[in-house]
Design a protein around this ligand. Structure first.
Ligand code: NAD
Length: 257
């Protein structure tokens, strides 16, 4: 195999992606499908699930509900095993000072962003041992930087990095790789809402807030969902075979948040 060939995943990979109906998850699902993988996703967005590209199978499932995650793994048995699991589901959580973060908002952010990844990892581990597979956990640059007014989100993403590194140590001797991807500011509706909320919090305009954000990025630009999908494909390709336990930023170099 040439180095160039080693950059492409083998065809027929069996891939499970959480929150695969929109945004980054959808970009990853499409990229794997294009690479010849068999892809199963879950999401809570019924409408978006119904309009997934032909051939991508799905389960309507909420990663914060044990019964839903059981059902997801039941449905995914149709793939005949799993080679790659992408723990992508995550919510932005509240934009608020710590005095105003309610217990409910704190708990739901941690429950979806961190406990959701536990629920998936708990069920995926035996399947990944069998296939000598790969788990990719979606963190964020908020998992390596402090993030004022977004403490539940940042705390959950730092925890995802800890989960990733610990699982990589634990499962590595059994041939399973575990990595985290840390996206920067990814272009799309989600980030537009985050900028809008932060602008309101700071009492400045959307454009001022956006410019302020871009100024904290060395390359002065957002990244695209496909940039994240490209990293997921590389990790799944033979060229990525010796990468595990890493927190890989794809962020145009976000220096602060
Ligand atoms: P998005 O909001 O565009 O899409 C998220 C998807 O998750 C939606 O389809 C939604 O229905 C689904 N979802 C929400 N809660 C769910 C749940 N409990 N169970 C199952 N599905 C659920 O988000 P995105 O921007 O594509 O983000 C994907 C991941 O990337 C998240 O973990 C996020 O924290 C991370 N991330 C995003 C950015 C960014 O700038 N967009 C930056 C860093 C990290």
């Amino acid at each position: 195999m040439t180095v160039l060939e080693s950059l492409t995943p083998r065809r027929g990979l069996r891939v499970l992606i959480t929150a695969g109906a929109n945004g980054i998850g959808l970009a990853i699902a499409k990229a794997f499908q294009e690479a010849g993988a068999r892809v199963h996703v879950c999401d809570i967005d019924t409408q978006a699930l119904a309009s997934l590209p032909k051939g991508i199978t799905y389960t309507e499932a909420n990663v914060s509900l044990e019964a839903d995650v059981d059902r997801l793994f039941q449905d995914a048995t149709a793939l005949g095993g799993l080679d790659v699991v992408v723990n992508n589901a995550g919510i932005a959580g509240p934009t608020a000072g710590i005095d105003e973060v309610s217990p409910e908002a704190w708990t739901s952010t941690i429950d979806i962003n961190l406990n959701g990844q536990y629920r998936i990892a708990h069920r995926a581990a035996p399947l990944l041992r069998k296939s000598q597979g790969l788990m990719i956990n979606m963190a964020s640059v908020a998992g390596r930087l402090g993030f004022a007014y977004r403490t539940p989100y940042a705390a959950s993403k730092w925890a995802v990095v800890g989960l990733t590194k610990s699982l990589a140590c634990e499962l590595g001797p059994e041939g399973v790789r575990v990595n985290a991807i840390l996206p920067g500011i990814v272009r799309g509706p989600r980030i537009e809402k985050v900028i809008k909320d932060r602008a309101a919090k700071r009492e400045i305009s959307y454009t001022e807030m956006e410019q302020e954000n871009l100024f904290k990025i060395s390359l002065r630009r957002m990244v695209e969902p496909n940039d994240i999908a490209a990293m997921a494909l590389f990790l799944s390709a033979p060229g990525g075979a010796n990468i595990s336990g890493q927190a890989l930023s794809v962020c145009a170099n976000v220096e602060s948040l």
